[in-house]
Design a protein around this ligand. Structure first.
Ligand code: MN
Length: 237
């Protein structure tokens, strides 16, 4: 009985593993890879629920990665370039795959950034980043207000970003769909996903409430690191 029980538990655990592993294996074919979530899917609760995080990462982001890799099949030289370079030079991408690369490459870039700038215990802006927020927005409250207003004004699906230039200057901007400021030669300090798939399970049509609560899961330590990398020219996606 014990053996049988042990086998059943073992088999159940194994099948869960195999299912999880298969989606991972699909996502890791080709040159681009789905990055692992840097924290458990339930660690942003109650502001973002675990199910939303799982679907968002394991299905939506994985799909962008898979479709990007599929589009780049047979374009080996292009596929070897860093994604930020591909997105900054979309005119170099053959026209037959340009829209697919723009949408799915943008989706891969945007979501890779998105997981990185969130986390539990996100703290507060420090040091040079805090000073830049004061200088360019008048303070964190004002930045949040501008960012939320911009995110709220995106019609349909898209993103709201804070960009950072090589001198550390910050600006709020938005893009539709999976477009990214990387395609305009800019660098993204952080951004929030305002596609309905990012918030619909918990917030339904209440995007403003999602935008407001999202600040509770922002990882200012990670954003501070990105700020330093941007100033030294080392920030990619
Ligand atoms: Mn998304």
């Amino acid at each position: 009985m014990l053996n049988r029980r042990g086998f059943i538990i073992g088999a159940a655990a194994l099948s869960t593993y195999v299912i999880a592993d298969r989606s991972w294996a699909q996502a890791t074919q080709g040159p681009f890879r789905l990055p692992a979530l840097p924290y458990p899917a339930n660690s942003l609760e109650p502001h973002i629920d675990a199910r939303t995080m799982e679907l968002h990462h394991d299905r939506h982001h994985a799909s962008y990665v898979n479709k990007l890799n599929e589009a780049l099949r047979g374009h080996e030289q292009l596929a070897q370039r860093p994604l930020e370079d591909i997105l900054a030079n979309l005119n170099d991408v053959p026209e037959s795959i340009r829209t697919t690369v723009r949408n799915n490459g943008g989706g891969h870039a945007n979501h890779s950034m998105f997981w990185e700038v969130m986390g539990p215990d996100g703290g507060q802006p420090q040091g040079e980043l805090q000073a830049a927020i004061e200088r360019d927005f008048g303070g964190l409250d004002q930045l949040q207000q501008r960012f939320n207003d911009a995110g709220s004004s995106v019609f349909g699906s898209g993103w709201v970003f804070v960009t950072v230039d090589g001198d550390g200057r910050l600006a709020v901007t938005t893009r539709p769909n999976q477009d990214t400021p990387l395609s305009d030669g800019q660098r993204v300090l952080f951004g929030n996903d305002v596609w309905e798939h990012a918030y619909y399970l918990k917030y339904q049509n209440r995007r403003d409430e999602y935008l407001k609560n999202w600040w509770n899961v922002v990882n200012w330590k990670a954003i501070g690191d990105r700020y330093n990398r941007a100033k030294s020219g080392d920030l990619g996606l």
